[in-house]
Design a protein around this ligand. Structure first.
Ligand SMILES: Nc1ncnc2c1ncn2[C@@H]1O[C@H](COP(=O)(O)OP(=O)(O)O)[C@@H](O)[C@H]1O
Ligand SMILES: [Mg+2]
Length: 683
């Protein structure tokens, strides 16, 4: 007898489950996507013990009849796909027909479903892949799936589950994402003790952001929207005489981008606050993450990340979603076009908006900045402050391909909730869960709208709430629009504060401009421009400046010498460990010149010198420009006459990013007229 055997279905399903579900959040993801595919308008998720004990998802979607309900748990049973060709135009979130059988093979599942057309609905129980009961039941239209005791029959996997609060954080993050792309839907997440999220329908994503994250976060975000026609994927359209007259002309469609991006003052230490959705599907994509960081290059520090909610829409055939069982990774047909479009749209938006840092916002950004997490689980004792995303670090490109990375895609940073003025239910060090629950409900639930009511989205309470939300977002948007640096050139400098900051008055309020970083930004952009056309101005030093270097620094110098020369330096070796600087860019002299050279060499390599070997020329160029700018800019503690102050402001106005210095520090703070009036109790 041969040794090869076909695996029983249950074993095959458990193997598939290893790829599709590996923690409560991935179960929630699959069930939530099914509910969305079923056209639900309201989805309620209940979890116990972070989802390890119970996950129950109820939707008001189209439901299933008895035959379909039975089939749904068969392997590769799906209503969303018929032929392989359909794969090219997937408009649903699911299509592989794997989720339900996988989940049912590793948990105890109860399904209740009804289409609303027949007299009876269906109630079914399955445990470890075996159907235990199927009964008729009187049920309203929709589907409720309860998944209890996840991995009860796979102890090895159970061991990999983390603390309850961690799992709950993942579940919350996940539901938050879907709530963001579907503002028109009603989402609820409840645990045994309290409501973690309740988001009734609203009309715009901005309102949803306000609803979930609050005014402070919305105030830090700016809207972006752009579109571009898509090319024919590199395939030229056949000439008219070769075209099949019956075949309609292929229309490659358009690529649409919309969403929100953070002002440069808001800087995060990891990428966990970057959310990318493609055709309403949350994805992780290395190239798009890169495009986003590129857009913020030299506006925020290279070690920081912005907060971005990016919604891309494109014809389904432009993107292959069938790359991995969990479907969070996709492949674009025109990857570089999409990459460049995202980078340029965001960058243009930033240049155009010139968002000013407000006093309060700058303060918040430095400390507990608003975060893209609903004030929920993160407040629970033991909840992780942040969940590492090292799987996505550039140092490990292979990680993206493996299943762990996939599952980690949803580990987005849970943070301590942004304070609700006057309602914060806990002092530092203590936590009152009940009070928190109440505060959270007060925040999330419109007054008079019970959390547990039916799907009455048309109720007056809800309408009021949506109107309130809309008014609040309109207010935030108006304030955002006001606070920009477009009128820098017309500000009137009034004097200096401690010979370091320029005070200037404008229609919009009082401005404080950091003279050093302002000048730094002006010089930085000028140096890059001059370098581009090879017209850097250099000056001869009266006496060559001698600089001593260590052997490894000499090696680094040799590598960057040519680029330094193009930036106005004339440097020659003077003995084995000494350089003689004979000319330097205008404005750079003496000690500053020496410091600048030391800094660039330091930043361009180390004694091990591996990673910087093959860095691209652009980053080297940028680094040199930033360093020259920093060391030749006006220092703090320098008196300036009115003419110079005016010159500084008008030159700053001409730069493309007057908001931040190349290292990411804010340049100008606005104490808005409104804030001033408020502070003096005039409004
Ligand atoms: N909440 C739901 N409402 C209606 N139908 C559902 C629901 N969940 C699952 N189904 C049906 O069960 C089928 C199998 O689901 P699943 O295993 O997730 O595979 P897929 O979503 O890839 O089709 C779906 O194609 C759908 O027809
Ligand atoms: Mg599915």
């Amino acid at each position: 007898m041969g040794r090869i055997r076909i695996l029983p279905d249950q074993v095959a399903n458990q193997i598939a489950a290893g790829e599709v579900v590996d923690r409560p959040a991935s179960v929630v993801k699959e069930l939530l996507e099914n509910a969305l595919d079923a056209g639900a308008t309201r989805i309620r998720v209940e979890v116990e013990a972070g989802g390890r004990k119970l996950i129950r998802i109820a939707d008001d979607g189209q439901g299933m009849n008895r035959d379909d309900a039975l089939l749904a748990f068969e392997r590769h049973a799906t209503s969303k796909l018929r032929t392989a060709d359909d794969l090219l135009s997937i408009a649903t979130l699911g299509f592989r027909g794997e989720a339900l059988p996988s989940i049912a093979s590793v948990a105890r599942v109860t399904l209740e479903t009804a289409t609303g057309e027949e007299t009876a609905g269906t109630r079914m129980e399955i445990a470890g892949g075996k159907i235990l009961h199927v009964d008729d039941a009187a049920l309203p239209r929709g589907t409720t799936i309860a998944v209890a005791d996840l991995f009860f029959n796979v102890p090895a996997r159970r061991k990999f589950l983390r603390a309850e609060s961690t799992e709950l954080a993942h579940v919350t993050a996940l539901i938050t994402h879907y709530a963001l792309v579907h503002p028109e839907m009603h989402f609820e997440l409840v645990s045994a003790t309290h409501t973690l999220l309740s988001a009734p329908p609203v009309t715009r994503i901005a309102e949803r952001i306000y609803q979930i994250f609050g005014k402070e976060t919305l105030g830090q975000l700016l809207p972006v929207a752009a579109e571009t026609p898509l090319a024919h994927g590199g395939l030229p359209e056949p000439p008219p005489w070769k075209r099949d007259p019956d075949e309609p002309t292929r229309n490659p469609g358009v690529l649409r981008l919309s969403g929100f991006y953070s002002k440069p003052e808001l800087q995060k230490l990891n990428r966990n606050s970057i959310y990318i959705f493609v055709n309403k599907r949350l994805i992780r994509d290395r190239a798009l993450l890169h495009a986003i960081t590129e857009a913020y290059r030299n506006v925020i520090p290279p070690t920081s990340y912005p907060v971005v909610l990016l919604f891309l829409e494109m014809p389904p055939e432009e993107v292959d979603v069938n790359v991995h069982p969990a479907k969070t990774e996709v492949r674009f047909r025109q990857q570089s076009l999409i990459h460049d479009f995202v980078r340029d749209s965001l960058r243009n938006a930033l240049i155009h908006a010139r968002p000013a840092a407000g006093f309060l916002a700058a303060h918040a950004a430095a400390g507990a900045s608003p975060s893209l997490m609903p004030p929920a689980v993160s407040a629970l004792p033991g909840a992780p402050e942040s969940v590492p995303m090292e799987q996505f670090e550039d140092s490990d490109p292979g990680a993206f391909q493996n299943g762990r990375a996939e599952a980690e895609a949803f580990q987005l940073t849970p943070r301590v909730p942004s304070p609700i003025p006057g309602k914060l239910p806990f002092a530092a060090g203590s936590f009152d869960q009940k009070a928190w629950g109440e505060a959270a409900s007060a925040l999330f639930t419109p007054p008079g709208l019970p959390l547990t009511d039916g799907c009455s989205s048309g109720s007056a309470g809800l309408a009021d709430y949506a109107a309130d939300t809309a008014a609040a977002t309109a207010q935030v948007e108006a304030e955002q629009a006001a606070a920009n640096l477009n009128h820098l050139g017309s500000l009137k400098p009034m004097g200096q504060l401690r010979e370091s900051f320029i005070l200037a008055s404008g229609d919009d309020g009082l401005w404080i401009i950091d003279q050093h970083v302002a000048h730094e930004r002006i010089l930085f952009e000028k140096i890059l421009r001059d370098r581009q056309v090879e017209r850097v101005q250099r000056q001869r030093l009266l006496m060559p400046l001698l600089v001593e270097l260590k052997p490894w620094q000499m090696v680094v110098f040799a590598r960057i010498a040519e680029e330094l020369e193009r930036n106005g330096f004339e440097v020659e070796p003077f003995g084995p460990q000494t350089l003689a600087v004979k000319a330097a860019p205008v404005g750079l002299e003496g000690a500053a010149l020496e410091r600048m050279l030391g800094e660039v060499i330091e930043q361009s390599g180390t004694d091990t010198d591996e990673p910087k070997q093959n860095e691209d020329l652009t980053s080297l160029r940028t680094r040199i420009a930033a360093s020259i700018a920093c060391h030749s800019a006006i220092k703090v503690n320098t008196p300036l006459d009115p003419v110079r102050m005016e010159w500084l402001l008008s030159e700053l106005a001409k730069t493309s990013h007057p908001t931040n210095c190349p290292h990411g520090r804010p340049i100008a703070l606005l104490y808005s007229w409104k804030e001033i009036q408020r502070a003096f109790h005039r409004i």
